[in-house]
Design a protein around this ligand. Structure first.
Ligand code: ATP
Length: 493
């Protein structure tokens, strides 16, 4: 077994790959950075500012594969004999590629649901008896965050994988599931909404009479020095490597952030040694995490750090589709009418709307499904779901203080695209508090995540430096497309 494998893998799939010339054991079809991690390799790319980066926090992951530069490491699956080398960011921009020569496909449905997490699944099940549904999911699998967990979740009777399998096996012929498909936005097109999506490099125009945004939430980026160093894991990536790929993030892990209980049961289940460090200051090491230092100066010898903090609704799909935001429960949420709509025809369900347990998000998916059925003249009982949902008030997130004085702000990354806290702070300290201008001057929210992960901390910084209430800060509206798109050059001849 490789150093970080949690169990034996299928020996018939065993292959050899080469990283920087060194032969490594891997498994056919394994995600490239996971294969490297299992072998104890964390540093894969180097940012524009010369910072070592791994695959499991944020920022792009360009690698050289078999001599070809600018390959997206996160989307690369292992093949026998593959030769991988490190690459600097250079001009690499993570983009969605469209092959124009394939033309555009078109699909007409009653309802387009963006996001195949538990909320999107709930909405699909409610709608499918009477209406046609396109369920669009960026990942290659359904179930969102819940499907990455292995422990039973409140409200469900089985472990997450079984629940998702059982629920999705109930989908009928009215449901068209688009996995591995990114929705680029929602646009008005006469009586319909146009939802352009990209599956591999094929552009598909989905025309729908109603849209459900079940786009979920993102992990809060915790601000400490070297918070993107190889060996620091975002919680969803940690869950993925453990439960989907059977690989440990490290041999001795530090859990940081305000919600360690989101990951510790999973670590215990797999016998991964961990310590909880509530007050991280700095991560250090040569090529990967070797130690964590807390704000009291305590030093912990660890080889990985998992950030287990709060989640925040992904506000980009909301503002792109024309929704307004308000500040409630310590984060930004969409302004909804009494039927969970941001405007006529566009509904929001799940953690896109406030952080709640998975079961509540499932119920909320069913709730918006029921509202839509009623709009189309079918019998439905949204009141039943509404009543059950009253038991689940979204979880408030306490405001975090940025420790400006005690941190080396240049080493604290606020955004994966090489934007550090100092860069943003310098602009704000000059009196520029309009995030739209901060964005232009610093490149905050201009990379692949388009602000999904970093805008919140941008707002937090403005608020703490100037005293402006978070509720009064204007967040820039997400511009379409939701992900950078590039049209593939047409093949010659
Ligand atoms: P919970 O928060 O309880 O897990 P949820 O269904 O509200 O449930 P997620 O689990 O985060 O939230 O699921 C949201 C899903 O939406 C994710 O799987 C994510 O990949 C998907 N998603 C987000 N944006 C897009 C997009 N633009 N195109 C396609 N899929 C998207």
């Amino acid at each position: 077994m490789r150093p970080l494998d949690l169990y034996e893998k299928d020996a018939s799939k065993k292959v050899t790959i080469y990283f920087e010339g060194k032969a490594l054991e891997a498994y056919e079809g394994e995600k490239l950075p996971v294969a490297l991690l299992a072998n104890g390799i964390y540093w894969i790319t180097t940012s524009l500012q010369g910072r070592k980066r791994g695959a499991f926090t944020f920022g792009p992951l360009p690698v050289i594969v078999n001599g070809v530069k600018n390959i997206n490491g996160r989307k690369t699956l292992v093949k026998d004999g593959m030769r991988i080398e490190r690459q600097n960011y250079g001009e690499f921009q993570e983009t969605v590629e469209i092959d124009e020569s394939k033309g555009v496909l078109r699909e007409v449905v009653d309802v387009a649901i963006i996001g195949g997490g538990i909320a999107g699944i709930g909405a699909t099940l409610e709608l499918q008896e009477y209406l046609t549904v396109a369920l669009i999911e960026e990942r290659g699998w359904l179930g969102g965050l819940m499907s990455l967990k292995s422990t039973q979740q409140e409200g469900f009777e089985e472990e997450p994988k079984k629940v998702i399998k059982e629920l999705t096996s109930q989908f009928n012929d009215n449901v068209n599931v688009f996995k591995g498909t990114i929705a680029l936005g929602v646009f008005d097109e006469g009586e319909y909404f146009l939802v352009p999506v990209v599956k591999k490099d094929q552009l598909i125009e989905i025309m729908a009479k109603r849209v459900v945004l079940a786009t979920g939430a993102v992990e809060n980026i915790l601000l400490f020095e070297n918070n993107e160093f190889p060996g620091v894991f975002r919680l969803d990536f940690a869950l993925e490597v453990i439960n989907k790929w059977g690989v440990a993030p490290g041999k001795r892990v530090a859990v940081v952030g305000r919600k360690p209980e989101r990951i510790t049961p999973e670590l215990e289940k797999c016998n991964i040694e961990y310590i909880v460090v509530p007050n991280p200051k700095r991560v250090e090491g040569e090529e990967k995490v070797e130690r964590l230092i807390d704000t009291n100066g305590n030093v912990y010898e660890v080889d990985a750090v998992i950030v287990s903090d709060y989640r925040l609704p992904d506000i980009n799909p909301i503002t792109q589709a024309g929704g307004k935001l308000k500040f409630k429960w310590g984060y930004y949420v969409p302004v909804l009418d009494e039927q969970n709509r941001i405007r006529d025809g566009i509904y929001v369900a799940g953690s896109a709307n406030g952080i709640k347990p998975h079961y509540a998000n499932y119920l909320e998916g069913k709730l918006v499904g029921a509202y839509i059925l009623r709009e189309f003249g079918y019998e439905a009982t949204p009141a039943v779901y509404r009543e059950k949902l009253e038991e689940y008030e979204p979880e408030p997130m306490p405001m975090q203080r940025i420790e400006f004085k005690d941190m080396n702000l240049e080493d604290v990354q606020i955004c994966g695209c090489d934007v550090n806290l100092k860069k943003v702070d310098d602009v704000v300290k000059k009196g520029i508090t309009d995030l739209q201008i901060v964005k232009r001057l610093t490149h905050l929210a201009m990379g692949f995540c388009q602000g999904r992960f970093c805008l919140f901390n941008g707002a937090l910084l403005v608020s703490q430096r100037t005293g402006i209430d978070m509720a009064k800060i204007d967040l820039p509206v997400a511009r379409p497309p939701l992900k950078n798109v590039r049209v593939k050059a047409l093949a010659k001849g």
